[in-house]
Design a protein around this ligand. Structure first.
Ligand SMILES: Nc1ncnc2c1ncn2[C@@H]1O[C@H](COP(=O)(O)OP(=O)(O)OP(=O)(O)O)[C@@H](O)[C@H]1O
Ligand SMILES: [Mg+2]
Length: 273
């Protein structure tokens, strides 16, 4: 696989959660449990399930991403991309399958507990508080933290300088691209090890999309893994270490981003030729 941790030059881990206690010995019921540490950094493994008592939406769906890598999920509308993200984040009861993060089985954890374990999630819709200022949105992102958040906030402002200029403005007054930056910044405030983004470039211009992808690459270079759903499949696969094509809740194609871009069948069916 391309782009291992050191190969991408990921030496600056300052916004990654690397100060976690190790060697804990007691595990409460429903807590994260250590498993074999040699698997992928994050894996949703054989996920099967749906909403409530409804029919299954996901069928043996597997997604994984290594440390500091970018994994991109593409597929037609209604394929289950958002559902798969929700399953990884613990918003869906899986009938079968497991989610493992950094050597721990987190399948039984609530979304909030997953945030504490290092997951950041930017949902597809309603991902900012429009009536709160930019800075208040970032502060909300850090609600689980007890420590000083000013350094992380400065890092978010370094990544997205326009947010610093607009920090006192209600997020609802920002452009679509700027709002997406707020949403990503808010997720970064938890110091995640894994950042999950559901269509971060929805509704933005091609130039703003390129900008956002550049920032996402920058985040990955700090050692944070990215799991991202994208409608702009071609452009997203260009920056993907690993790509997944989902169709009707199933893995249809899985390969490196480059290999998927070069696959005639993938091109014909999902990339417009
Ligand atoms: N909250 C929900 N309750 C019940 N069914 C849902 C819910 N959300 C989505 N679904 C159904 O699950 C299936 C997959 O939807 P999902 O939103 O995961 O697809 P998607 O690939 O993200 O689509 P899009 O590209 O439009 O974002 C669809 O049939 C949808 O109707
Ligand atoms: Mg979706």
């Amino acid at each position: 696989m391309s782009g291992d941790y050191d190969g991408r030059g990921n030496r600056d881990r300052s916004i990654t959660k690397d100060d976690r206690p190790v060697g804990r010995t007691h595990y409460a019921e429903g807590a994260a449990r250590p498993v074999a540490p040699d698997g992928p950094f994050l894996i949703g493994d054989g996920m099967t399930g749906g909403y409530g008592r409804g029919a299954d939406i996901l069928h043996d769906c597997t997604l994984s991403v290594e440390k500091g890598e970018i994994a991109v999920i593409v597929g037609p509308n209604g394929a289950g991309k958002s559902t798969a993200m929700k399953a990884v984040f613990g918003m869906l009861d899986l009938r079968e399958g497991a989610v493992r993060l950094d050597g721990q089985d987190i399948t039984s954890l609530s979304p909030q507990a997953r945030v504490a374990e290092g997951m950041g999630f930017v949902p597809q819709t309603s991902n900012v508080f429009t009536s709160l200022t930019v800075e208040e949105n970032l502060e909300m992102g850090a609600f689980l933290r007890q420590d000083d958040i000013s350094e992380t906030m400065a890092q978010v402002y370094d990544l997205f300088p326009v947010l610093k200029d607009k920090r006192r403005q209600p997020a609802g007054e920002l452009s679509g691209g700027q709002r997406q930056q707020v949403a990503v910044g808010r997720a970064l405030m938890t110091k995640p090890k894994l950042l999950m983004l559901d269509e971060p470039t929805a509704g933005v211009s091609p130039i703003v999309m390129d900008e956002l992808f550049d920032r996402i690459i920058e985040v990955a270079r700090t050692g944070i893994s990215i799991l991202m759903v994208e409608q702009n499949a071609r452009q997203a696969l260009e920056i993907a270490d690993r790509g997944y094509v989902l169709v009707q809740g199933r893995n249809a194609f899985t390969d490196t981003g480059q290999a998927l871009l070069a696959d005639p069948q993938v091109r014909r069916s999902f990339l417009g030729g």
